[in-house]
Design a protein around this ligand. Structure first.
Ligand code: PLP
Length: 459
């Protein structure tokens, strides 16, 4: 098994060379990206580390520090970084065929992967459109929904994150700053639906006594064209909102959302870019309730670290595109990239062979229990929730979400040898989504380090 290395912090972070690299980066990278670093520096945070190497659940930086990666590199490295079989496939495939002409002259790798995804994804999902990143696949799903229904609007939920391309932004509900500068191009802000973020219910209700009133309200909205629902093609939803703050809908919510959308003739798109491929302890989050969406969007961990995504759809929905008249009407240069598709096939093999879905469920349950036992009653911890190896700790100050608490946790954990990301609209959540090959020892060490940091946080 990969990643059987314990945390070993060899020097303090970051080393002097990092500052010089950051200066060079700031000179050549768009400020849209470096600005965040400056902001953090102004807030007293140190520079980030420079990744030099990564294997299993470990990352080494250019100063020789070794970290345990509790992020899986934005949720990508489910099978661990540089899994030997992934490296071997990349090497052998690269010697044969790196790039092809995906729509014009398809490759075996693309066909095999499309078949494999059709067999592995929920229900009757069968036809796929490949992309390079999550946002590409979201665009494909939105376009498909519009083509299939002849209606223009796709609705998303409060706090949802679907990527930063124009179409994805038009359905995301996360942070105004991402969308507002482009509002004139994307179109007026569309309605955002109330998500089942039960800790802070948008309707002010309390679960379970509410009877899932958010869905009753949604159904009511969709009931009549007069309320503005006449031209809705689809609703897009994350089965668990990750970036938006680790919101897990209560049991039955996705099933009922499926019923409501089906009854109203509105397509349902599941965005499983983060939750797919075992992350939540099932192959897909949809599998927990056996829900079949009309369209499914996947990405991140699909290709073992290479950029690849896919939108899958039910045959009757995808067929609305019609047969091409010689030229593909939805395509791109790298569509069905053979190197990425071959690596994805190996990644799916590894998930199966190493039992990583069950491992995610078991280790995730232990992580959740360990965190609750270690820091559950702490004054700065509002809630600890998750499913599989997808666990978030909501941090609080004076009983309210601690804006920036997740960033403070990230910095403190970096100094202790662990990589973390913040989540939530106010960065109030510290998130744990390590590679699924992470060891129990690494997770226990992470919990101890996290508890150690919290012990230093004043009330
Ligand atoms: C649920 C979800 N959808 C879509 C995306 C966008 O993916 P990408 O950044 O690869 O475009 C993300 C990225 O974090 C995501 O979490």
């Amino acid at each position: 098994m990969n990643g059987r290395q314990l945390p070993l912090l060899q020097t303090a972070v970051p080393g002097p060379s990092v500052a010089a690299w950051m200066e060079r980066l700031a000179a050549v990278e768009c400020p849209a990206i470096t600005a965040r670093r400056s902001g953090r520096a102004a807030a007293g945070a140190t520079d980030p580390i420079l990744w030099a190497e990564a294997r299993g659940a470990n990352v080494l930086d250019t100063d020789g520090n070794r970290f345990v990666d509790l992020t899986a590199g934005f949720g990508v490295a489910a099978v661990g970084h540089a899994h030997p079989k992934v490296v071997e496939t990349i090497t052998s495939q690269a010697g044969r065929l790196i790039h092809g002409m995906g729509d014009l002259f398809p490759t075996r790798e693309k066909i095999l992967l499309a078949e494999r995804l059709a067999a592995r994804t929920p229900g009757r999902l069968q036809h796929s459109i490949f992309g390079c990143n999550g946002a590409d696949a979201v665009e494909a799903a939105i376009k498909t929904a519009v083509i299939a229904t002849g209606r223009p609007r796709v609705l998303g939920f409060h706090n949802s994150y679907h990527g930063l391309s124009h179409g994805a932004l038009s359905v995301s509900g996360y942070r105004d700053g991402f969308r507002l500068p482009f509002a004139a191009r994307i179109g007026a802000s569309d309605l955002r639906l109330p998500y089942a973020s039960c800790r802070a219910c948008p309707l002010g209700d309390t679960h379970p006594g509410c009877g899932q009133r958010c869905l009753t309200y949604l159904d009511h909205l969709l009931a009549s064209a007069t309320s503005g629902a006449g031209d809705i093609a689809a609703i897009i939803v994350e089965p668990i909102q990750v970036r938006g703050g680790f919101h897990l809908p209560p049991e039955g919510w996705l099933t009922r959302l499926r019923e409501v959308t089906r009854a109203r003739g509105i397509l349902l798109i599941f965005d499983e870019v983060f939750t797919g491929f075992g992350r939540t302890g099932q192959w897909f989050a949809a599998d927990h309730e056996g829900v079949e969406p009309d369209l499914l969007v996947v990405g991140k961990s699909l290709a073992g670290g290479l950029p690849l995504s896919a939108c899958l759809g039910l045959p009757e929905v995808m067929e609305a595109w019609g047969a091409t008249k010689g030229e593909a009407i939805h395509t791109s240069t790298f569509i069905g990239h053979p190197l990425a598709c071959a690596t994805a096939l190996t990644t799916l093999d590894i998930i199966e062979e190493e039992g990583l879905v069950a491992r995610s469920e078991a280790l995730g349950a232990k992580l959740l229990a360990d965190l609750r036992a270690a820091v559950g009653g702490h004054h700065a911890v509002g809630d600890i929730r998750g499913r599989g190896l997808l666990v978030g700790v909501e941090l609080q100050r004076d009983g309210r979400p601690w804006a920036g608490g997740g960033v403070a946790a990230m910095q403190a954990m970096l100094e202790r040898g662990f990589l973390m990301c913040p989540a939530g609209a106010a960065a109030e959540v510290a998130s744990f989504h390590p590679p699924l090959v992470v060891t129990e020892e690494q997770l226990e060490a992470a919990v101890a380090a996290f508890a150690g940091w919290l012990a230093t946080v004043q009330a």
